[in-house]
Design a protein around this ligand. Sequence first.
Ligand code: ARG
Ligand code: ASP
Length: 724
Amino acid sequence: MPAAAPPAAPGDPHLEARRAYLNPGGMWMPMQMTLPGHAEAFGKLGVDIDPRKLADPLAAPLRAIVRLNSCSASFVSPDGLVVTNHHCVQTALQVNSTPERNLVEHGFLARSRADELPAGPAERVYVANAFTDVSATVREGLALIADPVARKEELEKRTKQQIAACEKGRSGVRCNVATYFRGDLYVLIEELEIRDVRLVYAPSRSIGNYGGEVDNWRWPRHTGDFAFYRAYVGKDGAPADRAADNVPYKPAHHLTVSTTGVRPHDFVMITGFPGRTTRTKTALEVKHDVDWFYPYYIELAKQRYAVAEAHLQAPGETAIKAGVLKQRTQNGLEKVSGVLAGLKRGDLLQRKALLDERTRAWAGQAGREAHVTAIAKLEQLIADEQKTARADYDRSHALGASSLLSAAFSATYWAHERQKPDAARRPGYQERDLKPAIASTKQMTKQFDATLDRALLQLALVRALALPPAERPWLPLLLGVRPARAGSIDETVIDKTLDAWYRETTLATESVRLALLQNGTRARMATSRDPFMRAVQRVWKLYKTEEERADARAGELLLVAPMYAAAMREALGGLLAPDANSTLRITYGTVKPRAPNEPSFTVASQIPNKDTGKDPFDAPKPLLDAVKAKQFGPYADTTGELPVNFLSDLDTTGGNSGSAVLDGRGALVGLNFDSTIEGVASDVVFDGTMVRKIHVDVRYMLWVMDKVDGADHLLEEMGVRPAL
Ligand code: ARG
Ligand code: ASP
């Protein structure tokens, strides 16, 4: 076995503290970095920078961190070069692929800027400009509105006003009001929305997704999960539609790329956009997830996985798209199975119960009667929701299971909302939302597959048959079966109906969808002959009734749920980060192995042993040759090995992929791309002993670029001198 990593630097006065550090967790909002606990922790860990510097999103290093549609990324050059994960640019690779030129398989490298490829109609780079606490304005007097639907609408009206004022006269700026602590805090976020995004470089699948599904969520790992985009803007520097004479965006800051990386037990941090965690749920909510939701989701995901697998040999592009679906489904299935197993294995549920008790004890003190009442009401709302959870899940899942059905819903929704004044429309259907809706309609063209779409819809409809007819009144409506005959629906009826729908529909044609989306009127919806459009018109009334029921629930929750989250935060002395909500966060901790005597790093010399020559363990020959010859140049560690991936105890979740891993000086030392499955229950109850995140080492990235792919011009652009 090669030595796995160099020893930590001797004589470091903080090494012992870092080695012993047990991360308490926390995806901190930048504005929370001024809390005194962080300065204390940074001091103990021996970090030079002042954590308060991380409270300013307009200063380095946060200013260099950007958001993609569902990943994180960062600027690494003055010319808008963006680094993220290989798995985050899958769609960009897919939309540019042809059977003759399969970029998903072979990767891509633009030799000049003129060669860079459009990343797809829906890809965006968002650069945050401002964060403003608008809670007082948004929440004021809501409790005085007795009707829960009216209350929810008032809140929506206020957030729309904030957004409209923020975006007024500023094309290219996109604003959004994000909700934290279950509605205790509302923040207006202003972002520059860059919509000309181009693919610059992605290594081949056999480097970028080395290990594939087999290694996904696993350690040890040897994946080169990195890729590059470039952000382009108009000549005036403002975001613009894609155009030949657009110019690279000049970011206010870009990260310094480290060429020396980190060592075991070094301090590291990640700033990025974690998607969703559920740590401020009550114990009752978590119990319901464990008893019902996770198992139910797992069963469904297994069935969807089987659908994908059944089409891997299908003709045409179906097989390629089935492969993408299979990988995505496997990723979610394993994740949720891991969360469930983690919650059941250790004492996490017990810890959840204790935190819940502590929260209630805080609320139970004199003068906090309002909290007690609110928490009781919250529990009652949750219990009510759980009663119809399965019927609600089956319905929402089925109505969203097919892209064609979703397109028909979207067109119908737009037609209804379009008749209202812009400010009165439902969020998501205002004029500001039309461009994104068009982009996703176009994106669908590149990703749609009729065979898979039909199979997934069929699965969802057949699953709903297991409910008593009274709990699935939408099913006969959707299928066009008279309510009196609802009990007669069986698999054959579903099969025959779908055969006819997919034969007759015109919604697979982009221009048809675009016309309906952009100019659809209610009259046109009512007279459409398309089977999916007709199905949607039949369930529309029921759909809106269910929507109103959900709105009423949301209107009730928005008064009581914040009281629970706030009580939890106060019970913890203020040191509670809000649950992830795809907004900018900071997590810090250390490079840490799974167990004290295990390595924190993998090294390139291990790749030839692992390699089978077959997908997913089929590293390119030039890579294997260079590894065997140990041609690591300046990228080797002090023992002459090349670090590939490493582990930390950072607090991240889905959405954090592509996030820059930074050292104590804010330099880029790696990219986050995965978690170990044993620690994923931390999304529900953080556990610093189990949680481990997997990062690609910056030295491996630079080495692949230098030695294997010859991306010298990109290295130079990042300020790194090619050496091999
Ligand atoms: N598990 C990681 C995440 O949740 C990586 C997924 C991409 N890689 C893969 N082999 N599926 O997204
Ligand atoms: N792979 C995840 C992502 O894409 C990150 C994680 O779950 O660790 O966001």
